[in-house]
Every structure is written in C-alpha cells, then in structure tokens.
Ligand binder design. Structure first.
Ligand code: ZN
Length: 453
C-alpha cells in the first residue's frame, strides 16, 4: 500500500506518536535503504525554524545523512544524538499487522523500525521540539545526526560521515544512541539498559585441507571432514579465557546489588570466581549473556565440505562468528586464544573485523557525571526499576563516533513491563512500541537535554 504524503503530519509537534507513525510509513528497508524520503520529510518540517543549522550530505544521492545543530544555552559542551533512519527487511516474516502501516492497536504502534530505531528518532526529535515550543533551549548545542545505512555496514552512513566530515562534530564530549537491543530479563526486575561498552565483530573462515578421494572405500587418515569435526567439538565445548574489564565488573556489581540473595550470590560468584567456573544458579539465558561479558566468544556458524556424495572432500571450512571484548583487547590476542584450541595447522582467514574503539582518545571516564545523570533521571522516572550499565555484544554506530573522541552511551529509555518481549522483537516480525514507552523516553530525553552537564 502506498502512503500519500498528505496522510502525514504537516509539522513536528510535542507528541512523538504521529512522528513515529510517519517515519514507519516511509519504507527505508536496507538494502536498498532509500533514506532520502525520510531525510526530505524531516528537513521539510525543520525548515521553518531559522535558528537551526541543517546539513544534508551523503556518499551517494539516494542515501543522505541529516545533521542538525540545535542551539543551546552554552552551559555545557555540545551533545550528540545519533540515530539511523534505515530498517532491516521484513522478507519471509509473518506479521500479525502490516509492517509499514504503523497501525495503532491497544496502545502500541506496530511496524518495522518501531523500536529499532525510528522510535528512538521520534523521541529525540520530539524532545528537542518540546524544549523549543516551551521557549527553552538545551544546556548546550545539540547535534542530531540522522544517519543512513546502519543496518548494512554504515558505509553510506556514520562510517562515511565521521571520516569525511568530522568538523560537524567538533567539541562534542558525549553522545547518545541506540542500545543495540541490550536488555536482560532476570527475576522480574525491570532494567533500563545504559550501554557503556560494545563488543566488536571479528569473523574468520577456518579451513582444513588434506587427502580426499573416492568415497567408496576407507577414507585416508587426516581427511579434512574428520579434522573439522574435532575443531568444531573444541570450539563449541569451551569458553575462552576470562578477562574481567571495568565495564563488565560494574555491570555485574550493580546487577547483583539489585537482585534477591540467591541470584545476587550467583552473579557475584561469576564476577569474582578465580577458578572461572561456568555460571551456576542463574536461568540459562541470563547465565550465557552474563558469562559473555567476561570473555571473547566464538561460534561456528556456516559449515562447508564437499558437494558430491561419492567424493571425500579435500577441503572443509567453517565460518566463525567471533566477538572481541572492548578496551585494549586485540585481534591477535583473540586469534591466539582460538589457535590454542584448534592448533596451528588450520588456515584462518579474516573476513570482517569491527572497529576497535581507541579508548585512549576518550579523555572522560566511562562512568562519571554524565552517566550518573542518566542513571539518576531514570531512577526518578521509574523508581521500581534499575538503570544498569551494560556491555552489548552488538556493535552500533557508536563506534564510529567514539573514533572522534566522543564518549557514547546507548540509551533509549522505554518503560516496558518486566518480561516484555519488545526488546527481543528487533529485526523480527511484530516489532512494536507501546505509546507509554515512547512517551517515557521522550520525557526523559527532554529532561536530559535541558539540564545535562
Ligand atoms: Zn538499530
């Protein structure tokens, strides 16, 4: 169904709901992206404000990025809000309601991007509109970057923008972006994730070669498939060495403090255990998630060997999805950890390596005044819940902005009932945003922008 432009709202209002519904109806499925329609929609509605510096720029014409500078009161350094305008495809998914119609059903807006992350963009823009409409300005200049292509490598988005136009982000100390679906469901606790660290991808293809031959007789010793079997067993049955870093330590400590005694003890044991025993006393999903912030991980995913039933293949390979801890941890160290399990005679080819965020360029500590402000605001707005500093295994655009020396936090506050599945619906069918959660995030962001330091 095609949505006519006249079905959309004429201007930005203090209500994030119509904005979110419009954004969902502009289909920015990536690939191909087509973020232009979204950027045109926003620039048309920002144009009446003469106090804004609006910049539209892209690597290619149909994939523009929008950078808007909202003037502040000069009481704090400029603040970055970054959000992506593209969404992932809905191909092959069975939706209960059409994914680009933005239907409002029982207090929830349904559609692709409702949470990831057109909901976040609606919160950010509406927070800025609210300040403006009430005659206020943010504490410092706010730079809003609406970027393309986050869901497909950011080649046309944050990666390009930060490399080619770093001058747009001069002087910014802190940034707020998506949380990459960081969330934790434990003991009915309502957790507001604040992402303070991200793991990065490091993907390899491991290949073993050896004698092949006719499959009608005993296969020779050292045939690749058998060796690959051994390799798979070693990689799947083992946890890589433990490296407790500051983000994981704080995350586990604050989580333990918020949990009832038996679970708290389990989390503290996981944090402190010098013997590095697997997490006990926790539900399996939580145990696996928490254990993963203590170490690099590697998972065999795509396995290939042979394409004919009567031929013993002379080559077998497996693709390895690896995730490296943040901080000073390197690819070389990670590869050595894998090698110690699989030996040196396996060929390892690097397929993808995510950006190593150069921590030394970031002068401010990860936890400090700005983090505490976020946590305090959240606590006040939702006294029954816990703001939790998190490490997410999913890399977002934050890494590109961090390269410019900006300390980035993943924080899109949503008040969701404990155990709500909304955060797990990113990239799947039936993605939706409760109107109440959207309002919660908008009002918290408004408060942060007004008085951040
Ligand atoms: Zn996202």
């Amino acid at each position: 169904m095609a949505w006519e432009i006249d079905a959309m709202s004429e201007r930005l209002t203090t209500d994030p709901l119509p904005l979110l519904r419009d954004l969902i109806r502009i289909d920015t499925t990536n690939p191909p992206g087509n973020e232009r329609a979204c950027v045109e929609y926003l620039t048309a509605r920002l144009a009446p404000r003469e106090d804004l510096a609006v910049t539209v720029l892209g690597r290619v014409p149909d994939r523009p990025n929008l950078v808007v500078r909202f003037p502040g009161r000069g009481l704090a350094p400029p603040l970055l809000l970054h959000g992506h305008s593209d969404v992932v495809p809905v191909t092959g998914q069975q939706w209960q309601h059409p994914p680009f119609a933005a239907e409002l059903i029982d207090g929830e807006v349904w559609g692709r991007g409702a949470v990831d992350m057109k909901g976040g963009l609606a919160m950010m823009l509406t927070a800025l509109t609210r300040l403006h409409e009430s005659g206020q300005r943010p504490a410092g200049d706010v730079v809003l970057a609406v970027v393309a292509d986050e869901e497909h490598g950011s080649i046309n988005g944050a990666r390009w923008l930060t490399a080619e136009h770093p001058e747009l982000f001069t002087g910014i100390r802190y940034g707020i972006g998506e949380e990459g679906g960081a969330g934790l469901d434990l003991a009915g606790l309502r957790i507001h994730p604040v992402v303070v660290a991200e793991k990065r991808a490091c993907w390899f293809r491991a290949t073993v070669r050896g004698p092949g031959g006719h499959a009608s007789r005993l296969s020779p010793p050292g045939a690749p498939v058998g060796r690959l079997g051994t390799l798979l067993t070693r990689l799947t049955g083992t946890r890589l060495p433990r490296h407790l870093g500051p983000a994981a330590e704080r995350m586990l400590t604050e989580l333990a403090d918020a949990l009832p005694p038996p679970l708290a003890t389990a989390v503290r044991t996981l944090r402190d255990d010098p013997a590095d025993a697997p997490a006990g006393g926790l539900p399996q999903a939580a145990a696996l998630q928490l254990d993963s912030v203590l170490r690099n991980t590697v998972n065999p995913t795509v396995i290939r060997a042979g394409d004919k039933i009567n031929v013993v293949p002379a080559e077998a390979s497996v693709e390895l999805d690896g995730r490296i801890l943040p901080g000073e941890h390197t690819r070389e160290e990670f590869e050595a950890e894998i090698r110690s399990l699989i030996g040196s005679d396996v060929e390892m080819q690097l397929l993808v390596e995510g950006l190593a965020v150069r921590q030394h360029r970031i002068a401010e500590p990860m936890f400090g005044g700005f983090y505490e402000q976020i946590a305090d605001l959240t606590r006040k707005a939702d006294p029954g819940a816990v703001p939790l500093p998190m490490m997410t295994p999913a890399a977002t655009d934050a890494g590109f902005f961090a390269q410019l020396g900006i300390r980035c936090y993943g924080w899109l506050p949503m008040k969701l009932p404990a155990g709500a599945e909304h955060r797990t619906l990113l990239h799947t069918a039936d993605e939706r945003m409760p109107v109440e959660a959207l309002e919660f995030g908008t009002s918290l962001l408004t408060e942060l922008l007004r008085d951040y330091r």
